[in-house]
Write a protein that binds this ligand. Structure first.
Ligand code: TXA
Ligand code: MG
Length: 507
């Protein structure tokens, strides 16, 4: 990669040796970030592999605590402390505005704050994680400084501790205090947050952007957070509710998405309940997540800086920031791996973001104006063979702009059905249900479900995971998805998640 040298590649190599990891392949050597994403699996820190959420006997009562906030009363949750952040040369930086997030100790709006206080108390006093909303997806949070609490996340999710977790902070003073415990914002010490990140922090924080920082040694972070890596991912969520929870918990929160391992990320409290009922005690319900896909993960510790995961902040926005003009993509989508024209064999994938139904994705560049009928027939026949003939199969369509109603399949009785039990989901998209008919309109070939996410890509991101979950709930056997044009905007995140969810990618 044009002489890319990373300052910490040596550290990393040493780290890998220490952990007795397999020999790195040449392709992984090209870039340490690829190494980071591919080989973040040190055995030494792994807790025993957890059984999937559905096969465990662990049960406890799971309560949803509704936080009654909306745009009109959001200021009740807290505010940024006003500080004059002048440097010795008289300059001011906007990032210092994010120095201190304050939550009122008592408030006439205790009714709104008390569920957050209860959840924070739970985080401080138990090792059971709490699910909470962020602007991207719901997270499953635990005190990032306590090993026992972080292990609780893996136990609840049913995921092995081989993947580093993102650390969520409420403000910059919290971040600085654990990367450099002696740092004082009043003094003229150098900011412990590397300068490369200042333009990003000032533009995108609080928000859906995760940055990689060197993990100090010794570190206050529990080793389970970083999975043995010399860096840790950190973000300050845009959600005031999330920031107030972190503030009241008085600790940075390590939090992966609050889904059961392999499932689509949760964007409503109900999704968390569906996956983790009986495995956690509390879910803070702050309504549906505005962004709907996870944060963008970037690494600015090497040159050129890279995007490790596309997400809520787009590549084109990052590129506009000083020092990030040459940012490169360090993730590979399945479609690029096999070449855009190579369809992927079904079943040949590590499951991620996957509903129970099989997902068949059509890349936008194929320019299909409707779902190919032969593909739907094939899928219905295959589903019939798997489960025994006789019962009517359920076919679902998710469309995003070009495809007509029902993806162009001949249908009857296609009526709106409420997206009940899914909280705010019903407000975002209509779910329609009817029958798929053969060409003469005489025979019912399958039950038909369809969701139109619309042609605004932000709307698609917002509703995507909820749509996959809704179709699962309604018993879809196979979901045909109309892909969106993969640009440098949030469409990159949408397609990245869809390609991971799909067992078939077609053009
Ligand atoms: O929007 C989000 O980021 C959500 C919400 C809850 O904040 N969280 C989330 O966490 O998506 P999770 O665990 O599902 O994904 C964390 C991602 C993974 O891709 C992981 O590999 C990457 O961040 N990551 C975290 N720390 C890293 C590190 N030190 N080096 C490389 N990648 C890291
Ligand atoms: Mg996740």
């Amino acid at each position: 990669m044009r002489g890319t040298i990373c300052a910490n590649i040596l550290t990393l190599t040493t780290q890998f040796k220490r952990l007795h990891l397999p020999q790195l392949t040449p392709i992984l050597h090209r870039h340490h970030h690829t190494i980071t994403t591919k080989i973040a699996r040190p055995k030494s820190t792994a807790v025993p592999l957890m059984a999937p959420a559905t096969t465990t006997s662990t049960t406890m009562e799971t309560r949803i605590l509704k936080v009654k906030v909306d745009d009109s009363n959001i200021q009740v949750l807290g505010h940024w402390k006003e500080e004059s952040a002048e440097h010795r040369d008289g300059s001011k930086t906007k990032t210092s505005n994010l120095n201190s997030w304050e939550v009122p100790t008592t408030s006439e709006n205790e009714e709104i704050l008390s569920p957050i206080r209860e959840a924070a108390h739970h985080l401080r006093t138990t090792d059971i994680p709490v699910a909470f909303p962020t602007e991207t997806v719901y997270g499953l949070g635990a005190d990032a400084t306590r090993s026992a609490a972080v292990k609780g996340i893996y136990a609840a999710k049913g995921r092995p501790s081989d993947n580093p977790l993102i650390v969520h902070v409420c403000d910059l003073s919290m971040l600085r205090s654990f990367i450099s415990p002696s740092f004082s914002s009043a003094g003229d010490e150098e900011d412990p947050i590397p300068a490369i990140y200042h333009p990003l922090i000032s533009r995108f924080w609080p928000g859906p952007l995760t940055i990689l920082l060197p993990n100090p040694s010794p570190s206050l972070l529990a080793p389970e957070v970083t999975a043995g890596l010399p860096t840790f991912g950190c973000r300050m969520p845009a959600s005031a509710l999330a920031r107030s929870l972190i503030k009241l918990a008085n600790a940075p929160l390590a939090a992966p998405s609050a889904n059961a391992s392999t499932k689509p990320s949760p964007t409503a409290a109900q999704h968390v309940l569906d996956d983790l009922r009986g495995r956690i005690a509390l879910i803070l319900d702050g309504g549906s997540c505005s962004v709907g896909v996870e944060s963008t993960v970037v690494d600015g510790l090497c040159s050129p800086p890279v995007v490790l995961r596309p997400g809520g902040v787009s590549l084109e926005e990052i590129r506009e920031c000083k020092g990030w003009e040459g940012v490169e993509k360090a993730y590979r989508d399945q479609a690029e791996v096999g070449g855009k024209t190579a369809p992927r064999a079904p079943g040949m994938k590590y499951k991620h973001y996957s509903p129970k139904a099989r997902v068949v994705l059509y890349e936008a560049e194929g320019g299909r104006r409707e779902v190919p009928r032969a593909d739907v027939r094939g899928a219905v026949e295959a589903a019939g063979e798997e489960e025994g003939k006789g019962n009517v199969k359920s076919v679902a369509i998710i469309r995003t702009g070009r495809w007509p109603v029902a993806g162009g399949l001949r249908s009857q009785g296609l009526d709106d059905v409420a997206a009940k039990d899914s909280g705010d989901v019903a407000e975002r998209f209509a779910v329609r249900e009817g029958q798929w008919l053969d060409e003469d309109g005489t025979t019912v070939l399958a039950r038909l479900l369809e969701i139109n996410l619309g042609n605004d890509v932000k709307g698609v991101a917002h509703g995507l995971f909820a749509a996959l979950r809704e179709l699962d709930r309604r018993g879809a056997d196979v979901i045909f998805v109309e892909g969106v044009s993969d640009g440098d905007d949030i469409a990159a995140a949408v397609m990245n998640r869809l390609r991971k969810a799909a067992s078939d990618i077609r053009i």
